[in-house]
Design a protein around this ligand. Structure first.
Ligand SMILES: Nc1ncnc2c1ncn2[C@@H]1O[C@H](COP(=O)(O)OP(=O)(O)OP(=O)(O)O)[C@@H](O)[C@H]1O
Ligand SMILES: [Mg+2]
Length: 320
């Protein structure tokens, strides 16, 4: 089933002494939503700019649908739609006129152009305001016009560069839903963000980028489970409730001594256990509760998230 639609090999970009992108390799599968997740300055926009032909790589190779960007730039660019991080719209023109203008750049005209403009306005839920000047729009609405612009020529791969930065919650949702709908219809999407919740919600696979390099690449859930540790919340029923500290306290004391356990807190009926190594901690905890005959009434694992993956791998936070 897997079919590679876009491939970047040994991509490098230097700006003077700075290596902004340092030997990046990507193979994007047809139909996937692929995330580039990394902090400010990680190199996300530089990677996208090279793949979409806006910026010449220092070295490396890019192919889209089997075509080489360097030898067939126009054919490749026709397959790609870019929604840039910086907005590019004419503020005094309406959304409809902006889109008609961008469509004409792509070589669309006449009835076909009108139909594409109408369809894309509807998709980003801007039909009602389509004839008003873009300068009267909110940040999120402008962003949605930009998304519509990137889709006019029916690209095979859509690049969205931090599409939700500075966007109101309503537009944010409209953007998520548009991405999900496009993907259901078969669109391959490359999505950059430094919001790990977005990457987790939208992306089938994520490349975590730091200082120009891919430091991890996998599905969000695999990346997260590779952390090993996790948080376990247990409900415990004390057979000696009311008698002094009870058996649960003994459980707590002994669990704290397990090498796989990092820390532990207790409140009525529940203990929260932070682990170094989840599996090992869990086995040890079950041993202790069995020995002491304390019944487990509930068990919940708190998933660590991509933020923790990044923190774990780099010692830094994705966002300050
Ligand atoms: N035209 C340029 N000239 C010189 N340096 C540049 C240029 N463009 C980007 N850089 C540098 O390359 C590095 C990567 O920048 P890039 O814009 O790709 O990061 P990013 O991951 O998109 O960050 P953000 O999340 O802030 O958008 C940064 O250190 C940036 O300052
Ligand atoms: Mg950027």
């Amino acid at each position: 089933m897997n079919e590679t639609i876009l491939e970047a090999r040994n991509l490098i970009k230097k700006f003077g002494d700075l290596t902004a992108v340092n030997d990046v390799n990507l193979a994007i599968q047809k139909g996937e939503v692929f995330g580039l997740l990394g902090p400010n300055g990680a190199g996300k926009t530089t990677i996208i700019s090279m793949i979409t032909g806006l910026l010449k790589p220092t070295s490396g190779q890019i192919t889209v649908d089997g075509l080489d960007l360097q030898t067939e730039p126009y054919a490749v660019k026709a397959k790609l739609g870019l929604v840039p991080q910086e907005l590019a719209l004419y503020p005094t023109l309406s959304a409809r006129d902006n889109l008609a203008f961008f469509g004409s750049i792509y070589g669309l005209g006449g009835k076909q152009l009108q139909e594409r403009v109408d369809a894309m306005l509807a998709m980003v839920e801007l039909t009602e305001r389509a004839n008003e000047a873009v300068e009267t729009y909110s940040g999120g609405m402008k962003r949605r016009v930009n998304i519509a612009a990137g889709l006019l020529h029916q690209p095979k791969v859509l690049f969205l560069d931090e599409p939700t930065v500075g966007v109101d919650p309503q537009s944010r949702n409209a953007i998520f839903e548009a991405v999900e709908a496009l993907n259901r219809a078969g669109m391959t999407v490359i999505y950059t963000t430094h919001y790990m919740e977005e990457a987790q919600r939208l992306c089938h696979r994520v490349a975590i980028i730091d200082e120009g390099q891919i430091i991890a690449l996998d599905t969000p859930s695999t990346l997260i489970s590779s952390l090993g540790g996790g948080i376990l919340v247990l409900g415990l029923e004390d057979p000696e409730a009311g008698a002094g500290l009870g058996k649960v306290q003994t459980v707590v004391d002994r669990v704290m001594e397990l090498p796989a356990v990092k820390s532990m807190t207790r409140d009525d009926g529940h203990v929260k256990i932070e682990t170094h190594r989840f599996q090992e901690a869990l086995m040890g905890i079950l041993d202790i509760t069995n020995q002491l005959d304390v019944r487990i009434t509930s068990m919940e694992k708190w998933e660590p998230n991509l933020e923790s993956v990044f923190l774990h791998m780099t010692g830094k936070k994705l966002r300050e």
